[in-house]
Design a protein around this ligand. Sequence first.
Ligand code: NAG
Ligand code: NAG
Length: 680
Amino acid sequence: MASSQPKLTAAILIISETASKDPSTDKCIPALSQVFSDLGSSNWTISTTTIIPDSIPAIQDAVLKACDQGINLIITSGGTGFAVKDVTPEAVGPLIEKQAPGLVHGMLASSLQVTPFAVMSRPVAGVRGSSLILTLPGSPKGAKENLEAVFKLLSHACLQASGGDSRQMHSGGVKKLEKEAGVGGGEKVGGHSHGHGHGHSHGHGHGCGRDHGHGGHHGPKAHTAPEDRPQQSNDPSQGPSRRYRHSPYPMLSVKDALQQIDLHTPSPTTITLPVNESLVGHVLAEDVTAPESVPAFRASIVDGYAVIAGPDAPSTKGTFPVAMISHAQAGEHQKLQPGQIARITTGAPLPPGATSVVMVEDTILVSKTDDGTEEKEVEILTSEIEVGENVREVGSDVQAGDVIMRKGEGISAIGGEFGLLASVGVKQVSVYKNPVVGVLSTGDEIVNHDREGELKRGEVRDTNRPTLLTAIRGSGFEAVDLGIVSDKPGALEQTLRDATRKADVIITSGGVSMGELDLLKPTLERQLGGSIHFGRVAMKPGKPTTFATIPVKSNDGSRIDKVVFSLPGNPASCVVTYHLFVLPALHKLAGVEPKGCARVKVQLDGDVKLDKQRDEFHRAVVKAGADGLLHAVSTGGQRSSRIGSFKGANALLCLPAGEGNIKKGEMVDALLMGKLIGDV
Ligand SMILES: *[C@@H]1O[C@H](CO)[C@@H](O)[C@H](O)[C@H]1NC(C)=O
Ligand SMILES: *[C@@H]1O[C@H](CO)[C@@H](O)[C@H](O)[C@H]1NC(C)=O
């Protein structure tokens, strides 16, 4: 490397309660500055020295400030011990994006040669943005020795971290690197003179929630090829340096992903439910036959007079005594005798013996009873009354034993199915059990959306969990809030175990990108014995969508699979993938056909640009136009972090990957997520 290269910058942060009050007590700044001038004065400038008290926010502020300034090397001294006040690793650890355990090892190894007490030090090291951060012990001697132990490698590490071309730097092989760094092949620097992970890809597609500001939203890309990266593992116990740096899961097409979901989502299970309002939203698991006929008795459909008519009966024309009155109410009647009539109201049961009803318009009142309150005699003006006229026969609506609903039909809130079941006296039915869906968010940076107070640096309000909970309920299913789970491995495992007892389907969002904190997949596969059926889908947005099943023992001892979806950490992708992938699984479990959102043809009301590589699901408002067509208007920016672009969207346009635009006026497929809107 040419000596004309600009100097690397370093910041020295002394973490000491005492020195922060009285800077003259500090001996570390001179000791550390000495190392720089002795070993690398031509390469380094110390751009800042600061003394900070033992406080996590103060330490984080200072480190973040130095990172923002693009300082190449940030070293802290102090606060790495076991005393209560020692919080440096706790402050610096969360800020590190790429761990450098080799440097930690190197520092500890050198200290151990001096004193066994070195095991009591808890250093952390790693990269944030383009800065390398090291935490040294607080004693001037210890700090100096630790820094010296790794110093020769730091300029190389910092150049890489700041985005130097690693291929060019490596073109001479490891030997050349070692020579440049002034370390021989046999010289031991912490065991690994050549650490893992030379790739320095910026941003692993974290999306909004987890994007730390470098890499940007559009097209984050890795700068190394998969074959250039060391073999990695998804075993969390192997530590961060061995974790996957690229996804080991093959990229599936949307169609194949949906097929996997259909294949691995369990078939619906059957339960018996009483017929009451809670039945709405279920699908019948068997044909339902009517236990009773409707109507259950012969009833009049008009107000008038029940008579005995027919070819064998005397003419109905003439004046008759009114023998009884039948109102629409329960009760027994005596038999109507030939020559008698009965006053009857609409819906009332015909007296035994009556064949027909004459409507009141065809009659004249002849006389009243003595007290004047009731009819005594009525004249019927027609002889053309037929048997059964104006009578609703028993079972004329539904016959007992008729199949009134079929297996697979849904009980909706609008279709009158509940009323039909109720009308024939069905007391209980066999239906498919609706799935219960648990929703959790993962990430130490995630806070409840309604948490009081301003966000601390790095914190993100949880939009995905409330959004998903409402989307699930909006689809008619029960949703259980499982809260926010810390990125610590044990926490996720425990929450998922509990969740398999409460829910049939578990949706997580957040931990699906290739970050250091991506613990979901290893936890599913190793701790819970689950199977990941896919971990990447060729689509935009939603590429990191993951689908897995976890086998669990059900109450009766049989094995059932619980379904797990891990949706992208950014809110809009999360909603798209819910409708595209989760809903069909919920529908399968609930026995709903057809599964997923309804697919319709819509006409574009504006040009839409295609993505060159990936099929896109583009959020849009679809309205029913006066011309009888469905019209689609894009809801604007489709950047995956923009939940705002979802506002008002009721559909996803299904756009194939390709060059250029689909023009205004052309027809495309759309998936309807919500109610169709009329265009007024
Ligand atoms: C100083 O930088 C040059 C290249 O820029 C490198 O070869 C050399 O090893 C560095 N020296 C130290 C002590 O870091
Ligand atoms: C309806 O049935 C469900 C069982 O499916 C029961 O939990 C609920 O209490 C019932 N509701 C009423 C109003 O009876």
